[in-house]
Design a binder for this molecule. Structure first.
Ligand code: CP
Length: 331
């Protein structure tokens, strides 16, 4: 494997096979499998889980890693093409990425959406440039509209919980004080569709996922036997649901307009998941969230501290599945 950028680059069988490798590495640890191998990690944006789980996973397989957070102890990196570099950035990724790649055996990069131009973010223009600059295996640690490592970990979590393939999976918008990127909702929607689930996107008006993201999920569902629909009606969406995946994201109607987004979300404070949301759900319905989560803003304490919440298992599974990705790339 040379690239792990998008679950859509793999067949369903290939993903199932990768998850089987993750299970086998957990059952029979291979502490020398990546001895002598080095993983470079570049974080243009903050992280807790992705940073720690990749470093831990590499170490557990016998390899090592280095971390670059541009502008924090290392040169700030320019990402714009044809930029006149008379500002804070001292170095361009056109030099920085190939140089870093030359020091390691695989590179992981986190580069969030700019959040200004929806079409540019949907096109993954920055990550495509990084892809073209990296001659080593490359892992997407979260790009403009994708987070394949999170999606793979969430797939494993659903399997561990024995959530049936055809179960009802509701991806629900939840409140956050500001607009967040589309990467996790897009990757989660696609993952659940690819797994073959009955997927419902629940979101208030103004927060529809872009047609390209919905179409991609519908194409995956068509292949796996799943379904994809969307609604703003909370009661009908949650009736009979087996999994509620809570996620915050910004308006797509006024994408990049901070003030319009603030006005739109001002009345949406009740989009905080509470136990009453599960009144007509399956009795053992689960609550998923990729973390970090704002307690009592996006999800209430009563849910996060209750038996439905599997968020810490999702986070642990990041470590497990990423070890499989690294093993496939480097062993
Ligand atoms: N879920 C996730 O990617 O967490 P971090 O942003 O902390 O890495």
């Amino acid at each position: 494997m040379k690239r792990f950028l998008d679950l859509a680059d793999f067949s369903r069988d290939e993903i199932v096979d990768l998850l089987a490798l993750a299970q086998s590495l957990q059952d029979k640890p291979q502490s020398r499998a990546l001895a002598g191998k080095i993983l470079g990690l570049v974080f243009f944006n903050p992280s807790l889980r992705t940073l720690a789980s990749f470093q831990a996973g590499m170490a557990r397989l016998g390899g090592s890693s280095f971390v670059i957070t541009p502008g924090q102890g290392t040169w700030q990196l320019e990402t714009r093409l044809n930029a006149i570099m008379n500002g804070a950035a001292a170095e361009h990724i056109r030099e920085g990425i190939p140089v870093l790649a030359s020091y390691c055996d695989a590179l992981g990069v986190r580069a969030f959406a700019e959040g200004r131009n929806l079409q540019a973010d949907l096109a993954e223009s920055l990550f495509s440039m990084i892809d073209g600059l990296c001659d080593k295996p490359l892992v997407n640690l979260e790009s403009s509209v994708n987070h394949p490592c999170q999606a793979l970990a969430d797939w494993r979590t659903l399997d561990e919980l024995a959530v049936p393939r055809r179960a009802k999976f509701v991806l629900s918008w939840v409140y956050h004080p500001r607009a967040l990127p589309l990467a996790v909702p897009a990757a989660t929607l696609h993952m659940a569709a690819m797994r073959g689930m009955e997927v419902v996107v629940l979101r208030p008006e103004g927060y529809q996922l872009p047609p390209q993201i919905m179409e991609k999920a519908r194409a995956a569902a068509a292949l796996s036997g799943g379904t994809v629909s969307e609604t703003s009606e909370r009661a009908s969406a949650l009736a009979g649901c087996d999994v509620l995946y809570a996620k915050e994201w910004g308006t797509t109607t006024y994408y990049g307009d901070v003030e319009a987004d603030s006005r739109l979300r001002a009345d949406l404070g009740d989009w905080c998941v509470r136990e009453r949301w599960f009144k007509n759900a399956a009795a053992d319905a689960k609550l998923m969230h990729c973390l970090p989560v704002r307690r009592n803003v996006a999800v209430a304490d009563e849910v996060l501290d209750g038996p439905r919440a599997v968020v810490k298992r999702e986070a642990f599974n990041r470590l497990v599945v990423q070890m499989a990705v690294l093993h496939r790339m480097l062993a």
